[in-house]
Structure formats: structure tokens, C-alpha cells
Design a protein around this ligand. Structure first.
Ligand code: ZN
Length: 284
């Protein structure tokens, strides 16, 4: 039986959105933790950001290690909250394209539903400027897959749109906050990997390229020069991308969290004052 609707906590939504907006070059993805109630409503309370192992378009595969890690995190959360929480969904972004799930997405979703029929998929379409020129317009969809072919025939999956609502919560819960601060780390690690890979590729390439050259010229100095230039270039690109990340993501994120902290301190202060005055009224 399909899910009737999805309730996404505002804190979890904030994490997904921040994650989706962190890069327009490739799709990002993560897992959702939540529970299904008796009315077949999925409540998503937290999300886990994932590092993508395969960055090719439409390849949003989740490794068994990532699933196991997410499952144990859900278990821990279930113990803390006393709710039957489990990994109940996945989200990914569609930068520069429409929000609708691709054939691969629908098939992937069907596969997850085989493991857990309550599993839902969320897609965030961002950086997609349509003809009405809605700059900064983000669209979100929630879906499941249904098999449209008759019994005994090879499955033909189709998208089933699930209504979804963002539910207000008083504060961002701890797992959401933790997920949020994971983001700069994930992005940094990805840049570092790219840098290491570039170094490796370039040095291999240089070896072959220059060995022939060396035979011709019988001169070793040029190889050395090229290598230094390449090193300088690669580390400059790496530094630039890390600075860019600090500027557009880590900095604003810290500012945002800091202002939330300030706001919470103010609330705490006024609540304390209120408490004092009530206590005074009681004693008099
Ligand atoms: Zn997709």
C-alpha cells in the first residue's frame, strides 16, 4: 500500500536544502530517518548527508556501508527518542533540470521499496531557471514507484507523486545540526580527493609524455620545471576551491548558526526574567 503523505520536519528540510544548494555542478544525495504512523503518513525527523562515490550523472547509488551506517544512526536516534525510527527515504538534487524523477530514479526507488514499502524519495530541483525566469526558484517533489505491468510480466515502474508538508519545529534537533556541520567536511574531502587525483594523473601523464621528450632532447631540466609548474597549478586550484567554499558556504553557515544562537540566548534571557517575575508574584 502506498504512503498517503509525508511530513518533513523544518530542521530536516533546512539540511536538505542547504545540501542541495551547496553545488550546482553535480547531484548531491542523502538518506532520511523517520517513522510511518497508522495512517500511512511518513514523518521524517532527520537526514544524513552522503558522499557520492560515483559522480556520473544519474548515478545516485548508495553503498552498503553507507546504508549500514545510516541504519545504526537511526537505531541510536530511536533509542534516544523512544520512537520506532528507521531509514525511510532518500533525497537527491537535480541541479539545472526539472524536479521530475528520471527512469533511473524511479527504478532505484522501486528497489528501495522492495526492502521497505514505506520508503519514499525526495528530489530538490535547484539552479533551474525556467522560462518565467524564476531566479533562485527551488522545487521539491516526493514520490514512490508503482509497478504498472500485469502479473508475471517484467516490471514497468512509474512515478507516483506523494503529497508532502513541511512541519514546523521549535528547534533544529541535534542530528540535523550534526548533519549540517558535516557539509563543509564532505565538500572539503571531495576537493582534496580531486586534488590528489589530479596530482596522480598529471604525474603519470608527465612520466610518459616526458620520457619520450627526454629521449629526444636528452635534457632532464624541463621535466623538473614542468612538474613544479603542475604542482603549483594544482595546489592553486585546490586553494581557490577551498577559499570559495569558505566564502559561499562555511562562512554564511557559521553566521546563520551564530545568529540563531544569539536569538536563542535572547529568548532564554526573557524566559528567565518571566520566570523570576512569576516567582516573585507567587511569593508575595
Ligand atoms: Zn534524479
Amino acid at each position: 500500500m502506498a504512503i498517503s503523505c509525508v511530513h518533513l520536519k523544518a530542521g530536516a528540510y533546512m539540511v536538505c536544502l542547504t545540501h542541495a544548494l551547496s553545488t550546482e555542478r553535480e547531484e548531491i544525495m542523502g538518506l532520511c530517518i523517520g517513522e510511518v504512523d497508522v495512517n500511512r503518513v511518513v514523518h521524517i525527523v532527520s537526514v544524513i548527508m552522503l558522499r557520492r562515490s560515483d559522480k556520473r550523472k544519474d548515478r545516485v547509488e548508495i553503498s552498503p556501508e553507507q546504508l549500514t551506517h545510516a541504519a545504526s544512526q537511526a537505531e541510536r536516534l530511536a533509542l534516544q527518542t523512544g520512537k520506532p525510527l528507521r531509514v525511510l527515504g532518500w533525497y537527491h538534487s537535480h541541479p539545472h533540470i526539472t524536479v521530475w524523477p528520471s527512469h533511473v530514479d524511479v527504478r532505484t526507488q522501486a528497489m528501495y521499496q522492495m526492502m521497505d514499502e514505506g520508503f519514499v524519495g525526495l528530489i530538490f530541483s535547484c539552479f533551474h531557471d525556467d522560462k518565467t525566469n524564476n531566479l533562485g526558484h527551488v522545487t521539491v517533489t516526493c514520490f514512490q514507484s508503482t509497478n504498472q505491468s500485469p502479473e508475471g510480466e517484467p516490471p514497468m515502474y512509474e512515478r507516483l507523486e506523494i503529497p508532502f508538508h513541511i512541519v514546523r519545529n521549535e528547534s533544529i534537533n541535534e542530528p540535523c545540526l550534526n548533519a549540517l556541520i558535516q557539509l563543509p567536511r564532505i565538500l572539503h574531502d571531495e576537493e582534496e580527493d580531486a586534488y590528489n587525483q589530479a596530482q596522480l594523473v598529471k604525474s603519470n601523464h608527465l612520466d610518459v609524455h616526458n620520457r619520450a621528450e627526454m629521449d629526444q632532447l636528452n635534457e632532464g631540466n624541463m621535466v623538473c620545471d614542468n612538474r613544479i609548474l603542475n604542482d603549483v597549478h594544482n595546489s592553486a586550484v585546490f586553494t581557490k576551491s577551498v577559499c570559495h567554499q569558505l566564502e559561499v558556504l562555511t562562512g554564511p553557515l557559521m553566521q546563520c548558526l551564530q545568529s540563531r544562537l544569539e536569538k536563542n540566548k535572547h529568548i532564554l534571557e526573557s524566559l528567565n526574567k518571566e520566570k523570576e517575575s512569576i516567582l516573585q508574584q507567587l511569593s508575595s
